[in-house]
Design a protein around this ligand. Structure first.
Ligand code: ADP
Length: 460
């Protein structure tokens, strides 16, 4: 149940709460109305019983033999009425019935009621045959010095009928009330949750790229406005720490660059003087460090938004040739052949430098990860209104579970191997950023053990 409840939307839960609260309030209200009406009707009945009692008592008398009799004094022409409606019994104190006047029901009621138990004033209700209820009043009285107990009766049917009607009306009205309460609850919930939904929608759009955006606050005093305020403060803190992080990366890379260049220069001089393996391995490490610093600087520059994008229509094959030339030495070292299929030479709308950077990283990876004496195929073609630049290698491939992650920063599939081969895990992150800035995207298709195809898709 709690699981079911938690999986429902807040809107539905509020609606159900509202409906449940309405049911409880209505039930409480109906109960109070019932109790008040019952109390009033019963009090009225008892008041009438007292009047009946006084009337009957005044009209009781004894005859010459001492027997109790009822003497109707119809002074105002109500004799007939009194005979018809007066309903009473007179009992001796020892529990013997002295007189019984049951004008209407005498024949219907076969089992007489028991004798009164106490000789004090008492009101109560009894059920006669056939579910018929009567209210009784008993009280000691005196008839010419003789102590008796008089018991007067009143039909309770009317009162019960009224109460029954209250119950029926309540039961009939309940479903309608619940329905209306749910409807009202739904509209109230929807209205009050709408700003929260809008806020969530807006907050979703604020990403690490647009952290300077803020949620609109329509009323800073209500709960929704306060929530938006808290969100905005969090965004502000995030923005600040992102900015600090970026600045730190940029500053640190920058600061490291100069001493590293000096270190390399010293190393090269030393190597020229004495060809020691320790010096060349130090130089290799320094070179790796420099690559990392360059990559970090590129990332920092990208994120600072300072990299200008100049889109132009260019022949993609020209860029591919440029990339091949840049990597010629590396590929030749590994006896790899880099081929460009130039039977198709489409133009794309792109930034020459950014596209070169992206393709350089991708082709560099192909050279790096594919074994010696393999082929690397480069090509560009038009496909369904887009320009697809493909880089295919015969390397180890990328397993499906890594394919989505290799574009993240510092993500390397095989850390030991990647380190030996000189990767830092930043190349594809830079490539993706560069391609996306040109309104393009990168796709990968790879079968482990067979090779990979990286595709840069650009607008025509
Ligand atoms: P790195 O500098 O380590 O190459 P990248 O971001 O360029 O970083 O690549 C991330 C990871 O993706 C690499 O460490 C490597 O495991 C994998 N990868 C990239 N390109 C290829 C490829 N052509 N063949 C096989 N694996 C690749």
């Amino acid at each position: 149940m709690s699981n079911w409840w938690q999986r429902r939307s807040l809107k539905l839960r509020l609606t159900l709460w509202h409906a449940a609260a309405t049911v409880v309030v209505l039930a409480g209200f109906a109960f109070v109305v019932y109790e008040v009406v019952e109390h009033r009707l019963a009090a009225e009945l008892d008041r009438q019983l007292r009047i009946d009692f006084d009337l009957v008592e005044a009209q009781l008398d004894t005859d010459a033999t001492g027997k109790i009799r009822w003497q109707v004094q119809g002074a105002h022409g109500d004799e007939g009425f009194a005979r018809l409606s007066a309903w009473f019994e007179v009992w001796a104190e020892d529990g013997q019935i002295l007189l019984r006047h049951w004008p209407v029901r005498e024949t219907e009621i076969k089992r007489p009621l028991a004798a009164p138990l106490q000789s004090t004033l008492r009101f109560y209700t009894v059920e006669l045959e056939g579910g018929f209820h009567v209210r009784l009043m008993e009280r000691p009285a005196r008839v010419r010095d003789r102590g008796v107990i008089v018991r007067v009766f009143r039909d309770e049917s009317d009162m019960r009928h009224t109460l029954q009607e209250i119950v029926e009306v309540s039961l009939l009205a309940a479903p309608v009330a619940v329905f209306l309460a749910s409807l009202g609850g739904y509209f109230v919930a929807r209205r009050s949750l709408r700003p929260i939904a809008a806020m969530a929608e807006h907050a979703k759009r604020i990403s690490s790229e647009s952290l300077s955006e803020r949620l609109p606050i329509s009323n800073p005093h209500d709960e929704v406005g306060q929530l938006a305020g808290v969100f905005n403060q969090t965004f502000q803190r995030l923005e600040r720490s992102f900015a600090e992080l970026k600045r730190f990366t940029a500053d640190a890379s920058h600061e490291l660059r100069t001493p590293l260049t000096a270190l390399r220069a010293v190393g090269e001089v030393a190597l020229r003087e004495a060809d020691h393996p320790a010096i060349s391995s130090m130089l290799e490490e320094a070179e790796r460090l420099q690559d990392l610093i360059e990559a970090l600087l590129t990332l920092a520059r990208m994120e600072s938004g300072k990299v200008a994008v100049r889109l132009e229509r260019l022949h993609v094959v020209e860029v591919l040739q440029d990339v091949r030339d840049s990597l010629h030495v590396l590929a030749t070292e590994k006896q790899q052949t880099v081929e460009i299929s130039d039977h198709d030479s489409p133009t794309a709308t792109a930034d020459r430098l950014l596209l070169r950077q992206a393709l350089l990283n991708i082709v560099h990876n192909a050279v790096r990860y594919a074994p010696p004496r393999t082929r690397i195929m480069l090509g560009a073609a038009r496909r369904g209104g887009e320009i697809v630049v493909a880089v295919a290698d015969e390397g180890p491939g990328v397993a499906p579970e890594h394919q989505g992650k290799i574009f993240e920063r510092f993500y390397r599939v095989d850390k030991a191997r990647a380190r030996a081969e000189g990767g830092h895990g930043l190349g594809l992150a830079i490539a993706r950023w560069a391609v996306e800035r040109q309104n393009g995207r990168i796709e990968i298709e790879s079968e482990p053990g067979k090779g990979s195809v990286f595709r840069v898709v650009l607008p025509p």
